[in-house]
Design a protein around this ligand. Structure first.
Ligand code: SAH
Ligand code: DHB
Ligand code: MG
Length: 227
């Protein structure tokens, strides 16, 4: 019953603020047809990502965990002309579906999907010496979330925003005795986030069509290069 209410309210929000969108609808349809798991952010969460990207005037975005590119489309659309997004994905099928979805959305030249495990592709990306990212969205395998945050910190600047998905997981993340590797990975991340002096951060719990979960928001306030 409660989940039904959350889903109904998300539909109400979606109808209010998100007019029908053929590229997003097509991305969800193609992802489902290809058998991808239905774990992308909700439409209202996608809109939130877009608002946050615009709030920091993001011109370059890094996403870790592409799936079918649904969140990627929301983030890439928030970029100004000339803006770029790189999304890291380990699963070749997910990457292929995402590239097709991005192309259909007219974002093929804006958003690049890099295939490989993020712990392999992040060091390569960091070694490219590109300008820091204005926004990082961490949403891949949860057990490595703390490691992704450490890499993200090397590739941002004061004013960048680091957003991490799935940091609540039905409240399971509050249980220190959990034997779930995902929960423990998120707990390590949350602890590192709280202890990190280069960011100011909080966790916002969310309910909606995707159940009960939450996002961590971290604004970079110090220069990571100097510490
Ligand atoms: N951001 C997407 C959802 C991502 S789901 C959205 O909201 O639309 C998590 C994705 O992370 C999956 O596609 C999964 O294949 C990918 N993933 C899992 N382990 C990974 C790893 N080690 N490196 C990169 N991607 C990984
Ligand atoms: C899972 C991953 C996600 O990114 C998400 O939003 C929900 C669930 C998962 O791996 O179960
Ligand atoms: Mg997620």
């Amino acid at each position: 019953m409660i989940q039904e209410q959350w889903t109904a309210f998300d539909r109400y929000v979606g109808d209010l603020f998100g007019p029908p969108d053929s590229a997003l609808d097509a991305a969800l349809k193609a992802s489902a047809q290809a058998g991808l798991p239905n774990i992308q952010v909700s439409p209202s969460q996608g809109k939130l990502l877009s608002i946050l990207a615009q709030s920091v005037a993001a011109r370059s975005i890094l996403e870790i965990g592409t799936l079918g590119g649904y969140s990627t489309i929301w983030l890439a659309r928030a970029l100004p002309p000339g803006g770029t997004l790189i999304s890291l994905e380990a699963d070749p099928k997910h990457a292929e579906v995402a590239r097709a979805n991005l192309a259909r959305a007219g974002l093929a030249s804006v958003a690049e999907v890099r295939l490989g495990r993020a712990l392999d592709t992040l060091p390569r990306l960091a070694a490219e010496g590109r300008p820091p990212f204005d926004l990082v969205f961490i949403d891949a395998d949860k057990a490595n979330t703390d490691a992704y945050f450490a890499w993200a910190l090397k590739m941002v600047h004061p004013g960048s925003l680091i957003i991490t998905d799935n940091v609540v997981r039905n409240g399971a993340v509050a249980d220190p005795t959990s034997t779930d590797e995902s929960v423990q990975g998120i707990r390590r991340f949350n602890a590192a986030l709280a202890a990190e002096r280069r960011v100011t951060a909080t966790i916002i719990q969310t309910v909606g069509s995707k159940g009960y979960d939450g996002l961590a928001l971290a604004l970079v306030i110090g220069d990571p290069a100097t510490i």
